[in-house]
Unconditional design. Structure first.
Length: 312
């Protein structure tokens, strides 16, 4: 009598599985593989899980210390959605997926990790004796973490491409709304020290379309936007593509809707404190971009001064 095959080992937990989710997916073995898988599968995810995917790619260094409730709050979903997201990627639950990030980053002296632990302790303690200077130092720590992460993760090839785009363009349009507007204005100020024609797309009076009308092929549009991604900026980028202009996007994730429309993407993730995101790393990136362009154009950066004629 032939011997029967042993039953197959369970590959998931049916009671917690997302309806319709595949149970045959082999989970990623490293955090890098997992982030690549998330990027690849992003378009097929439901809306709630897209929020989680965006958070994972933007805040990968925080995942190792985040609680499931922290991520749920940031993504405006229920903790059960985090579990479904993990299982969709082949893990038994969030803890198994989180272990990949801990394995990847525990060998690093991560300022983000230290910052997250300190700020959580500060909030949980609810101490009425907390001094204003302590809060200020937490803000400074968050800012430093963003700059240090930029230094570690800056994509050299992408930065070279961005430098070439700016150096080769004669007409450059820069757009950023709300908190990104300050960065756009700062970049415009720097680029105005070149002989190029620089335009700040301010949208004054709602005139984004009108300010973008003169964009032509081979002009460069620089779009700066971070989650939740300004609709006005996306609109300007669509106009740029319609006119076959070159596009450079400064954003926080390859999953950004702007990244898919760009000739080059520079990624930067800021530190945040008490739900306020810093702009320091983004400003630093823009300053570095201008300096790289200035040297490419052989400008004398140390001799750049204000326009004459405005002395008191």
């Amino acid at each position: 009598m032939p011997r029967s095959e042993p039953p197959a080992a369970a590959t998931s937990h049916p009671e917690n599985s997302e309806p319709g989710a595949s149970t045959a997916i082999a989970p990623a073995q490293t955090a890098e593989q997992l982030l690549q898988q998330i990027t690849r599968d992003y378009d097929d995810l439901p809306r709630q899980l897209k929020r989680i995917a965006s958070y994972m790619t933007q805040q990968s260094e925080r995942i190792m210390v985040d609680r499931i409730s922290d991520i749920a709050r940031e993504c405006e979903v229920q903790p059960s959605a985090i579990v479904r997201f993990s299982q969709r990627l082949g893990f038994s639950g969030f803890s198994e997926m989180q272990a990949l990030f801990r394995q990847a980053y525990t060998q690093k002296a991560s300022p983000v990790q230290n910052y997250q632990q300190r700020i959580r302790h500060l909030i949980d303690s609810k101490s009425r004796s907390t001094r204003s200077v302590d809060l200020a130092r937490e803000c400074v720590s968050a800012t430093l973490s963003g700059i240090e992460r930029l230094e570690r993760e800056l994509d050299g090839d992408a930065f070279e491409t961005a430098t070439e785009l700016v150096a080769n363009a004669e007409n450059i349009y820069v757009v950023g709304v709300r908190r990104s507007f300050a960065v756009a204005d700062y970049l415009v100020y720097n680029l105005q020290h070149t002989n190029k024609r620089i335009h700040l797309v301010s949208g004054l009076g709602g005139s984004y379309r009108e300010q973008m009308r003169s964009v032509r092929a081979d002009d460069l549009v620089i779009a700066i936007s971070f989650t939740p991604y300004g609709k006005e900026t996306q609109h300007c980028l669509r106009i740029a593509q319609l006119h076959q202009a070159k596009t450079l996007v400064i954003t926080d994730s390859n999953l950004s809707p702007l990244a898919k429309r760009a000739d080059s993407v520079l990624l930067v993730n800021e530190g945040s404190s008490f739900a306020f995101r810093s702009l320091s790393a983004t400003l630093c990136l823009c300053q570095a971009l201008f300096i790289a362009v200035a040297y490419r154009l052989e400008l004398k950066v140390d001799e750049i001064h204000e326009q004459p004629g405005f002395e008191d």
